[in-house]
Design a protein. Structure first.
Length: 183
C-alpha cells in the first residue's frame, strides 16, 4: 500500500506542513517523514490521528489509487461498437464492478436478433427516444426519462421502436468485473 504517498499528497494539497501535522498529532517530524516516504508503517491509531489532522476520513488514506475517483472527460470517452448492428457505445465510467455507458440505438436497431443473458444486474435510463424492452415474460415500452432494471441472468432484449435515435444510459454491476460483454 502507498499510504505515505497519499498522506503527503493530501498534506501538500491542503498546504499543511509536516510541523503542523506533528504539532497536532504529537508525532515526531522524522517519524512522519518516514511514514510519507513509505519507510515505516504506522499503526491504525496513528493513521487515525493523521487523518484527523488532515481532516479526511481514515478510510480515504487506505484507498488504492484505482479505488479513488476516476474522471472521464467527454472528449476522452472510449467509444466502441457492440453487437451485430454495431451500436455505438460511449464508456462513461468504470469501477471494479460497475460500468456505465451511453448506448445509441438507431431507429429499428436492437441488442441482437434474440434475447441474451449474462451475469450481473443492469439499470437503464432512456435519455432520448422510445424503446421496447423484454426480459423473460415481462416486456414494456419506455420513453424519455423512464427507467428500468433487471437481473441480467434472465434473457433480455432492447429495441428502438421510435423513428429517431434512441439513447439509453446503462449501468451494469457484476461481482466478477466482467462488464465488457453485456450485449
Amino acid at each position: 500500500m502507498d499510504i505515505g504517498s497519499n498522506i503527503r499528497a493530501i498534506r501538500k494539497r491542503k498546504n499543511i506542513t509536516i510541523a503542523q501535522i506533528c504539532e497536532e498529532t504529537g508525532l515526531s517530524q522524522g517519524f512522519l517523514s518516514q511514514v510519507e516516504t513509505n519507510k515505516t508503517s504506522p499503526s491504525i491509531a496513528t493513521l487515525e490521528n493523521i487523518a484527523t489532522a488532515l481532516e479526511v476520513p481514515l478510510a480515504y488514506l487506505l484507498l488504492k489509487k484505482e479505488e479513488r475517483m476516476a474522471i472521464v472527460r467527454k472528449e476522452d470517452r472510449k467509444i466502441t461498437t457492440s453487437g451485430a448492428e454495431k451500436l455505438k457505445v460511449e464508456h462513461l465510467s468504470s469501477t471494479k464492478n460497475v460500468k456505465t455507458v451511453l448506448v445509441e440505438f438507431p431507429p429499428g436497431s436492437s441488442t441482437g436478433e434474440a434475447p441474451h443473458a449474462h451475469e450481473g444486474e443492469e439499470v437503464h435510463v432512456v435519455i432520448k427516444g422510445r424503446i421496447f424492452a423484454e426480459q423473460g415474460e415481462d416486456s414494456a415500452e419506455f420513453g424519455e426519462g423512464d427507467s428500468f432494471s433487471w437481473n441480467a441472468c434472465t434473457p433480455h432484449f432492447v429495441k428502438n421502436i421510435g423513428e429517431e435515435l434512441a439513447i439509453v444510459l446503462i449501468s451494469v454491476y457484476t461481482e466478477t468485473n466482467d462488464t465488457d460483454n453485456f450485449f
